[in-house]
Design a binder for this molecule. Structure first.
Ligand SMILES: *Cc1c(COP(=O)(O)O)cnc(C)c1O
Length: 809
């Protein structure tokens, strides 16, 4: 566990920790040592640690005020932070002290850690990125606030029932949350609906409904505890929690209606990733947290600086995707209607303050709202958007853009039912628009934002994503961390780029052996977990081949499953061949309304049941679907992976960050030239990654020329056989037609080009087998992966944002 470089344990610190824990147990939990249950000890440990953090937190805040520097505000609908105990212990360098202190009471830190619920306030990569960024901001000593929503239930918990996904509410707050502090003094009134009325020589929004947003703060500890920043999540409270006259008149439900309506705002996170959540409540959530954050930022600025015109010198607001992009209109409203700035001046302040990160090119995932809904909910913002739009379109006309270009740039989509385009709003209201991997940024310029890019050619820039090496190496893989440290010294703990010192040792057999031992023990631990929770026995010497991520057709879990069926068939037909034993591990959640994604989960489970119980495969192939993929599960699975599946249709995955975590933990990647895979390949070298499939350019060309999947399937016997096995019910005797529709989709349109890439994918898999057979070669490749992905640290990403976009470094 203990991975921080604290070698000599100071006995004083340990006995102080013991005393602190006992005092907290008594004074804050109200128990003594004999009466305390596991959960009481867990809560006492966190509260004790929190006391350590608070001093650093207050000191950091004080330092920021005194320095009067610029602050970064990261607005995100999602923060997928996971558990915090191990993270805070490790970053403060007190893991061993805590371990020892707890041991003196006969307790095991690792067991207590398991009691912490995962803060599942995100869907997937976008939310996890926000969490990694918060940690890196604190690590780089940049004053920053994360702003989001304190969802009471967050992302749903997934259960697999008879192979089907079942969604249950995540009750992560059931036992309270010892990390958070409610800040009643930071409460803001948020309006919806109503009308715009004249006031003096301007206008004023007279909202029909109002709700209070109250801040709930969680400290974010940077590496070595240098700085503690704040994650500020908003909760919703009714202004009038109980209508007493209604209650007394016997209307007990009506009396509480306002409370129920307010609480609905922060109840759940819409489980959509790469597809929009179109409901009105979602737009209300977006405005609710964005407006509260803007008010908080403006209040802080005016309080300390006096003049709102200097906002861009003191505040950088980063929009994580379009979900908070109403910030552009809200900041304009505050500046013009409340602070009295002229429209032009307000527009300059807004653009200089705001920047926007795009996360998707999928046209169906670009957020738009029906204009009548937007206008009903936010009438003043609609006016402001029209005013911005006429300005932008005039500029476009002046710049000589065509009518088609102007229609594409417009903030209003006029092509059918009129809709507000949130990505265009974010683009025009920001001075920087960044993509999240080099390929993605290039494609942004060529596709979704081609016309806006023509008008504002200097705005688009690239910031390739990263992951924090604290959570994704040091904490989740202490064994590997120790081996690396023994090999190259501790510098990489403070600068992930230093991992490159391992390159010189890539062919060192002793190092290869030690890393292989760590990998094996991580695989044994994962196998134990899977045995315990699912009853499936795995061979830790088999190759652990892993695809864990949101379930989406573009990510092509289906391609992996078809290949699994083909491999199963091959093993049964040629049992005499030297098959490499494999365990195919899948995990991920599907959006509840996404029919095909849910069917893919069922297919994985149907294949697993059949393959795992077939004695003729002789244990050479196992398939596992691990339920409820989340951050804690990722921390368990990734250190145990040999092979990382990153097989999206080229041009569809903006970046991926799972790919980075696997490589950092010594897995080899099988992947397409998509998202950050392209850059991972450049860093680790062509010989240490297995690339297959069409390029983004080839995918686009194939689509343009008219792609015919049926012809490809007829050419490939293996693919045809696998598809007909699936379609004819080989894996679904109970409902032989279950997968007909799914397979027909591949024959008829195959939007994500599984057929086109199938042969190339199977060939790549056999190449993976060949490399696995060469043990020394595989180990050297694993080391070269670890050595060369330090660049994908979110510290590097954040320092680029800080220099190029926020101007704070
Ligand atoms: C890293 C991570 C993701 C993102 O994975 P991709 O493979 O990049 O889609 C999603 N969910 C969790 C829990 C993660 O830790």
């Amino acid at each position: 566990m203990a991975s921080e470089p604290v070698s000599d344990i100071k006995q004083d610190a340990v006995s102080q920790m013991e005393k602190d824990i006992l005092r907290v147990l008594r004074r804050r939990i109200g128990k003594d040592q004999r009466a305390a249950k596991q959960h009481d000890w867990y809560a006492s440990s966190i509260l004790t640690l929190r006391d350590h953090i608070i001093d650093a937190w207050i000191e950091s805040t004080q330092r920021t005020y005194e320095a009067g520097g610029k602050r970064v505000y990261y607005l995100s609908m999602e923060f997928l932070i996971g558990r915090l105990l191990r993270d805070a212990l490790s970053n403060l360098g007190v893991t061993r002290d805590m371990e020892k202190a707890l041991a003196s009471f006969g307790l095991d830190l690792a067991e207590l850690e398991e009691l912490e619920p995962d803060a599942a306030l995100g869907n997937g990569g976008l939310g996890r990125l926000a969490a990694c960024f918060m940690e890196s901001l604190a690590t780089l000593d940049i004053p920053a606030y994360g702003y989001g929503i304190r969802y009471v239930n967050g992302m749903f918990r997934q259960r697999i029932d008879d192979g089907w996904q079942v969604e249950l509410p995540e009750t992560w707050l059931a036992h309270g949350n010892p990390w958070e502090f409610e800040r009643l003094e930071s409460t803001y009134r948020i309006g919806f609906g109503g009308e715009v009325i004249a006031k003096g020589d301007g206008v004023m929004w007279n909202a029909a409904e109002e709700v209070d947003a109250t801040a709930v703060d969680t400290p974010v500890v940077g590496w070595r505890g240098k700085r503690v920043n704040t994650l500020r999540l908003w909760t919703a409270n009714p202004i009038d929690p109980l209508k007493l006259d209604a209650f007394n008149a016997g209307d007990h439900f009506g009396a509480l209606a306002e409370k129920v309506r307010a609480e609905a705002l922060v109840r759940v996170l819409y489980p959509a990733d790469s597809s929009p959540a179109g409901q009105e409540l979602r737009l209300r959530q977006e405005y609710f947290f964005t407006a509260a954050s803007i008010q908080d930022i403006v209040r802080r600025h005016v309080q300390y600086e006096g003049d709102i015109r200097t906002l861009p010198d003191k505040a950088a607001i980063q929009l994580n995707d379009t979900h908070p992009s109403v910030a552009v209109a809200e900041l304009m409203r505050v500046l013009v209607d409340l602070e009295g700035l002229e429209f032009n001046e307000a527009w300059e302040v807004t653009k200089k303050t705001i920047s926007y990160t795009n996360h998707t090119l999928l046209p169906e995932a670009l957020e738009t709202w029906p204009l009548p809904l937007f206008e009903r909910l936010l009438p003043r913002h609609m006016q402001i958007i029209y005013a911005i739009n006429s300005r932008v379109l005039r500029e476009a006309r002046k710049a000589g853009l065509t009518d088609a270009q102007i229609a594409a740039i417009s903030l209003i989509d006029e092509s059918g039912e009129r809709r507000v385009r949130m990505a265009n709003l974010a683009f025009v209201g920001a001075h920087s628009i960044n993509g999240v991997a080099a390929l993605h940024t290039d494609l942004m310029k060529e596709t979704v934002f081609a016309d806006l890019h023509a008008l504002y050619p200097s705005r688009i820039n690239n910031k390739t994503n990263g992951v924090t090496p604290r959570r994704w190496l040091q904490q989740c893989n202490p064994g590997l961390t120790k081996v690396i440290r023994d090999a190259i010294g501790p510098e990489f703990l403070d600068d992930a780029a230093k991992l490159s010192d391992l390159n010189a040792l890539a062919d060192d057999a002793a190092l290869g052996e030690r890393i292989a031992e760590v990998k094996r023990s991580n695989k044994v631990a994962l196998a134990d977990y899977i045995k315990r929770t699912m009853g499936i026995r795995l061979d830790p010497d088999a190759m652990f081949d892993v695809q864990i991520k949101r379930i989406h057709e573009y990510k092509r879990q289906l391609l992996n499953l078809i290949e699994t069926v083909a491999l199963y068939d091959q093993i049964r037909s040629h049992p005499e061949r030297d098959w490499v034993p494999r365990v195919k591990i899948f995990g991920g959640k599907a959006a509840s309304s996404y029919h095909n994604a849910k069917l893919i989960i069922k297919l994985a489970n149907d294949i697993a049941r059949r393959v795992n119980s077939d004695p003729s495969v002789g244990g050479l192939l196992k398939v596992v679907y691990v339920p409820n993929y989340n951050v804690s599960l990722a921390e368990r699975i990734i250190p145990a992976a040999d092979l990382s599946e990153q097989i999206s249709t080229a041009g569809m995955e903006a970046s991926g960050t799972g790919n980075m975590k696997f490589a950092l933990n010594g897995a080899l990647t099988i992947g397409t030239l998509d998202g950050a895979n392209v850059e991972i390949k450049e860093h680790v070298g062509d010989e240490n990654i297995v690339i297959f499939g069409l390029t983004a350019e080839e995918v686009a060309a194939k689509r343009a020329e008219g792609y015919n999947p049926r012809a490809i399937i007829e050419e490939s016997r293996e693919l045809g056989q696998a598809l007909s096995a699936i379609a004819s019910g080989v894996f679904s005797h109970d409902d032989p037609h279950r997968y007909e529709g799914l397979v027909n989709g591949i024959y008829e349109h195959d939007w994500f080009m599984c057929a086109a890439d199938f042969d190339s994918y199977t060939a790549a898999q056999r190449e993976v087998d060949a490399r696995w057979e060469n043990k020394a070669g595989w180990r050297a490749s694993a080391i070269r992966n670890i050595a060369n992905v330090g660049w994908f640290s979110s510290d590097r990403t954040i320092s680029e944002y800080a220099k190029d976009i926020w101007k704070v470094l």
